[in-house]
Every structure is written in C-alpha cells, then in structure tokens.
Design a protein. Sequence first.
Length: 340
Amino acid sequence: MEKVPLLRNIQKSVTDEDNRRLNDFHGNSLDVLMTTLRDYKKQSGQIINKEKKAKNGFIRGKFPLMYLGCPIGHAKKKKVHFAKLMKKVHNKLQARKGTMLSFGGKVMLIHNVLNNIPIYLLSAINPLRCVIHDLHRVFAKKNWKFREDGINKHWVAWSDLCRPKHEGGVGFRSLFDISKDLFAKLWWVFRTRKTLWSNFMWNKYCKKERPQVVEWKNGSLTWKYMLEWEPKCGHSSIWYDNWSQLGALHYIVPLDSARNVQLDEVKQCFLNGEWNYDLLQTDFGDDISRHVIQLLRSSEDEQQWDKPWWMLKTSGKFTVGSAWDFLREKQEVCLKYKYI
C-alpha cells in the first residue's frame, strides 16, 4: 500500500482543521504508524486490511463507543452505556412473545439463553450493580409471568432461586457470582499464561513487584477485582504462593520473625536436588519444615514448581464451575429438595 494515496483518503474524511494539521504531517511519522501496525499484526495475529482502509479511510469515533460488544469511555460508567445489552435481552424475549412455555420451559430459557447473553461482557468489564439488578428483574419477571395482563406475583426472591436445587433453589446463577468467577479466571490466565494481555498487565501494574502484593489504587477496575481473589496454586514465589499446601507462607510465618530477604523462589530451598532442611528450619520453623520434608517430594526439574495447580479440582485445571461453587454464598443443604 502506497503512503500518499492513504494520506489523501484520510484527508478526505476529516475536517478543515484536521486538514491544516495534516499539512504538517511528516513522512517519517507515517512510517512509524505503519511499523506500529505491522508490530501489532505480529503480536495479535490479527490481519489488517490495508486495501479497505485505503478506500474507506479511518472513521472518527466518539466516546462512549462500543468495541467488541463492550462500552468504552473515558469518564465514569453510566447506566445508559449498557443500554444495548438490555435491548439485546428484551429483543430475545420479544422474539418469543406469544409463545406458551411451561414453568420448566421458562427455567430452561432463562438458564441457557438469557443468562448467557451478558457472559462475554462480564468476562471483560464489571458492569454497574444497577445494570445487573435490572437484568435480574427481567429474568424474574419472565420466570413468574403466567398471564399477559395484570400483575404476576413473585413467590420467591430471585436470590433464593439462584442456588443449586439441593439448597432450595432452581439452579440459576446470579450474575454477581458469575462476574466474580470470570474475574477469577482472568487472574488465573494472568498468572499462568504468557499472552499479549498478561504481558501488558504485568508491565503496567506489577513491573518488578509480585502481583499478589501490588496495590490497585491507581489501577483500573479490572485490576481491582483481579486482586480481590487469590487463587491457591503452586507457583514459584516462596512467600506468596501456595507451594507448601499450607497457604501463602507470608500470612503463616509471623511478621516479627527474622525473614531471609534473599529468598524469593522455591528452587532456592534445594541443595543438590534435595530439600535444604537447615535453610527451611531457619526461615520457616520446625513445623513447616517437617511438613515440607515429609509430604512434598523434592525435584530437580525447576519447571514443575512453575506449574500452577487449581486446588479445587483433582486435575489441577481451572474451571468456572468450581470457582462459582467456591466463591458463592452457600446455604444449608436439605435432602428433601433433591427429590423435588
């Protein structure tokens, strides 16, 4: 793609003020732009259609805007930013207007269709609580709607329906709980995979610090919710990861004890392929040292210690279902509900 035709097409789609600015546009700046686009293409794997951009130009956007189904803006989030999500749910219900569904049919509709519409949005951002409450009201209204005219009484609160059947619910999942689960998944991906997104988050927020101790004061809401939940996985940090099956030693070893500031990774506790008992006893005490020596097998393969394990599954792999069952507010199990 030639540079001059691209510049001419851009000039056609901008205002007079922008034309004045483009008159001062240097050729080397366009070279930098094209180099950046090529680097983005290599990193992301996405293909940039140069011919299409040369013909149509670049469309000037205005905040707030929708990108990949998510509202993007530079100011505080507002309820109106999620209007398209609400409209999508209402359109799905409107398409089934006039269709007679049994109570079980409505349960399947809510559980398998309506509840899955905001999943993609919840995995990327954290909507306002009022938006989730509005979605729950729409779901509840559909669940208890038995006639078109008049008032339909809601016999059970929606929060009570969002429980497993053996706890007295119907099997729905609260969008608040789903949001927590998906942010837990973000944290898991951030800690275990080397991706463009994880590298960006690490360089932006962590830099030379451990992600478990980084404060989110000046960070985005996504980072805030990622830091709220700490997965129990065996990784390489000797103080902040659950490699000993006892939890993070940072919270177990008394703060007033003399800590070895040189210790950072688990592999530093090995000596000739075996546990260095003297080092463990000096820094962690008799009980923890004895536990590590007796229950944990030493290994010379350092990469095994860098492999995370999701402690809620015997396979060690993260699942949203196990995160949901762990993070939600549980109720007392009643055996009689199993037979309903």
